[in-house]
Design a binder for this molecule. Structure first.
Ligand code: NAP
Length: 333
């Protein structure tokens, strides 16, 4: 299956579809998933320092590149800077360690994972904890971090830069100050949280848009078993089920097609080879304008991810989140 691409402001092409890898740390599971994905035509792989799986991805990429099965230039690897490494002196060290783990000379797209910087322990990139809570880094601004990333961009180690979980205001502020303009933003996006305003801003700025949790992240609660995160399952939404029957597709395929047809890059995670093939099999049909409209207008509006570990941080991005909820001591991954 061949995946449509959209241009980045660097001139490179961003695939509109790829594999998410959050919560997959088991070497066998991830290796099987990556091989199934690459064999099925996936070329975009999304990872992050926080996912603790870049070394596994690196081994599989090396296997495919060194055997000549896939050329490096046909792959598109996205990774992210952890929130404990925003301080300019930490950025290059962190990126170097990620390149080493990924067994790559460059990363195609590199995102600031979270707008809220935190401190790390002396001598390593593990979060500093006080009373079980992460400690804010209030000295480092977004542009400080960005300038360190721009240097790595000019050295061609990072081929495009972007942000994740930033608000529109934070994106605009960074955009105005940046010499190398952001190429992409990655945020939660699905039928219950369609991000219309942010997408409109991105269109104006020429910033491409990536949807995480495109299926509503049904496995997300493994990261927060305490029930703090809201309920909501787009896969079970009646209109999605009806359209699945109408188009002879699955609910997941309808949700993915809805996003990619809007020009949104979509990175569903799966460790199941069958679902991996199912999820990419979405470029062989088109939803009608009327059906796109129905999916755009489901009545439910709900943010499924609440980053309560960062509540109270001066750079907390979401003004729709109840910031009186107690801050948890739990990390993002
Ligand atoms: P998601 O892709 O919406 O959902 C993944 C879940 O759906 C998994 O539990 C998977 O289970 C299941 N699934 C996959 N395909 C399916 C299908 N065809 N039918 C039914 N269920 C299916 O959620 P996500 O993993 O949270 O988000 C996608 C990716 O975005 C992540 O993996 C990560 O790379 C990225 N992300 C980024 C951030 C950020 O802060 N930037 C935050 C969250 C996620 P199986 O594996 O068992 O198939």
């Amino acid at each position: 299956m061949s995946v449509t691409t959209v241009p980045l402001n660097t001139g490179a092409q961003l695939p509109l579809f790829g594999l998410g890898t959050w919560q997959v740390k088991d070497e066998t599971e991830l290796t099987v998933a990556l091989r199934a994905a690459l064999d099925a035509g996936y070329r975009l792989i999304d990872t992050a320092h926080l996912y603790q799986n870049e070394h596994i991805i690196g081994n599989v990429l090396h296997e495919y590149i060194s055997s000549g099965k896939i050329k490096r230039e046909d792959l598109f690897i996205t990774s992210k800077l952890p929130f404990v490494a925003h301080a300019p002196e930490d950025v290059a060290k962190c990126v170097e360690s990620q390149l080493k783990a990924l067994k790559l000379d460059y990363i195609d797209l590199y995102l600031i994972h979270c707008p809220c910087p935190f401190k790390h322990q002396e001598g390593n990139l593990l979060p500093l904890l006080e009373n079980g809570k992460l400690v804010f880094d209030e000295e480092t601004s977004h542009i400080d971090t960005w300038k360190a990333l721009e240097k790595l961009y000019h050295e061609k180690k990072l081929r495009a830069l972007g942000v994740s979980n930033f608000s529109g205001k934070q994106l605009q502020e960074l955009y105005d100050l940046a010499e190398v303009k952001p190429s992409n933003i990655q945020v939660e996006c699905h039928i219950y949280w369609p991000q219309e305003q942010l997408r409109a801003l991105c269109k104006k700025l020429g910033v491409t848009f990536t949807a995480y949790a495109p299926l509503g992240s049904p496995g997300r609660k493994a990261a927060r078993p305490d029930g703090v995160w809201p309920e909501g399952d787009p896969l079970l939404e009646p209109v999605v089920q009806q359209l699945a029957a109408k188009y002879h597709k699955t609910a997941a395929q309808i949700l993915i097609r809805h996003l990619t047809q809007h020009g949104i890059s979509t990175i569903p995670k799966s460790i199941s080879p069958d679902r991996i093939v199912e999820n990419i099999s979405t470029f062989d049909f088109e939803l009608s304008e009327e059906d796109m409209h129905s999916l755009d207008n489901v009545p439910t509006r709900i943010r499924l991810f609440i980053f309560d570990f960062a509540v109270g941080h001066p750079l907390f991005p979401h003004d729709d989140v109840d910031t009186t909820i107690p801050r948890s001591g739990i990390k993002l991954h």
